[in-house]
Design a protein around this ligand. Sequence first.
Ligand SMILES: Cc1cc2nc3c(=O)[nH]c(=O)nc-3n(C[C@H](O)[C@H](O)[C@H](O)COP(=O)(O)OP(=O)(O)OC[C@H]3O[C@@H](n4cnc5c(N)ncnc54)[C@H](O)[C@@H]3O)c2cc1C
Length: 540
Amino acid sequence: MPATHEVTNQAPPLQGHDVAAYRPLLDGLRANGAGWAQDALHELGTLAGSARAQEWGRVAEKVPPVLHTHDRYGHRIDEVEYHPYYHELMDVSVRHGLHAAPWREEKPGAHVARSAKMFVWCQADAGHLCPISMTYAAIPALRTEPELAALYEPLLGNPVYEPELRAPLEKSALIAGMSMTEKQGGSDVRANTTKAVPNADGSFALTGHKWFTSAPNSDVFLTLAVAPGGLSCFLVPKILPDGSRNTVHLQRLKDKLGNKSNASSEIEYDNALGWPIGEQGRGVATIIKMVNMTRLDCLTCSASAMRLGLSQALHHAQHRSAFGGLLIDAPLMRNVLADLAVEAEAATLVTMRLAGAVDRAGADEHEAELRRIGIAISKYWVCKRAPVHAGEALECLGGNGYVEESGMPRLYREAPLTSIWEGSGNVAALDALRAMARQPATVEAYFAEVEKASGVDARLDDAIALLRKELSDFEDVEYRARRVVELMALVLQGAELHRTGDAAVADAFCATRLGGDWGGAFGTLPTAADTEAILARAAI
Ligand SMILES: Cc1cc2nc3c(=O)[nH]c(=O)nc-3n(C[C@H](O)[C@H](O)[C@H](O)COP(=O)(O)OP(=O)(O)OC[C@H]3O[C@@H](n4cnc5c(N)ncnc54)[C@H](O)[C@@H]3O)c2cc1C
């Protein structure tokens, strides 16, 4: 009998590798003062690349969370049941300090180290990092109210995962969520209608709805509601101090495009108890401290998604032959892969640089201004590039990339999310303009930063000059916001590549993204690009 089912010319699964062994990530880590974290990063990277962790991620996404609104007797319980593998992922994240380590350790480079860990662990599963990111980001907002912070911060920062729902102050560790978006107003949070009525004991009773609240099993939610003094921020626990359930009712879970391991709910607050964080009427100013940190994570996860797609594409091309040779040796495939590598490195380095700005912002004015403007412009651009990158990486696997088992459809569905939440594209671009208008020092900090790379590349110098011209005229600037912000982000990436990246990558980046020697799709690097060096640097 002839053998009809011989399997040949298929790539083996990409498993058992160290996800952290990515040179741009390690260079960015070291350049931003977190070289001390390398061993821990490799430990987490090895776990992220293991068959075990990949299975956790695959199954947690495949078997999405289930909402239980009531118990068998009809009492409201408003709880979400997750697959055990989701809890495994959460446990690793928390034990490795992704949810709070920099606030606890306050060590130079701590935010960079954490961001690099997010980068590697995101490649096991992106969805569960939503509550991890929100917990990390809640702490600066919570510090607005020192008394609450003194009680809650040690619990939010504890590297222990305790998913059981109990009164927060009786637990040893907590997870935080964020509840802003309403049906009639998401980006426009000032259109919020949830009401907060003061009680005699200093608490408030919140009544209203929220259209998106992710991770609804969180112990506490930072929630926006309209108090007598205006839109304000509240800490709303899921379980009250006496052990009873707060009246935070989960109506349903969203059926989302991707991000399925993470539950995102619609909530009704029915006289739910909350405690104010910050002054009444200053809700946006308070919660923006949280949003600024989750925006950094949007960048980190987008850069990580690019690395994941690139790794899968490289791996496939190294094992798959077509027309008599390995795909990795086909000149046009090399162009595509190198172009994807350039994009991923630019995203990775700028993310590490901005995490470094977060680290140094407290003691350094330049870094504080750069953090503000750099995260705003890069949130817009890096997150916008992620879906395009994922689509091209998927195509490198041919038909196999379109099949669920490859993991590429999951990556592709996840990719647009970071560009939507925490400020969708236009809102992110307008936020960058707002930063420049309200804090002109951010513009100076931005130019001071990119001009550190002046004189090394004429295309970068020309782009900086063009940008100065664009920013000298604010006529119709809202209409032009995307163009201006994109150019700012590209220039920052070009400068960072020249300063801390690889010369071949920096050259290809500036030739294409700044110099215009590029087509409309990936795989259009000019002949002069050193694809050999670029691909060597991206090797798995
Ligand atoms: C999976 C998922 C999870 C989420 N989890 C949470 C959560 O935990 N907590 C929470 O509070 N929210 C959450 N959100 C909500 C999310 O933050 C919002 O959906 C997002 O901020 C966009 O707001 P919106 O949906 O109201 O869109 P809109 O504000 O209606 O925006 C629609 C479009 O209009 C554009 N736009 C808006 N204003 C302008 C303008 N002035 N000029 C030009 N264009 C403009 C936007 O860029 C966007 O493209 C989640 C969303 C998703 C998809």
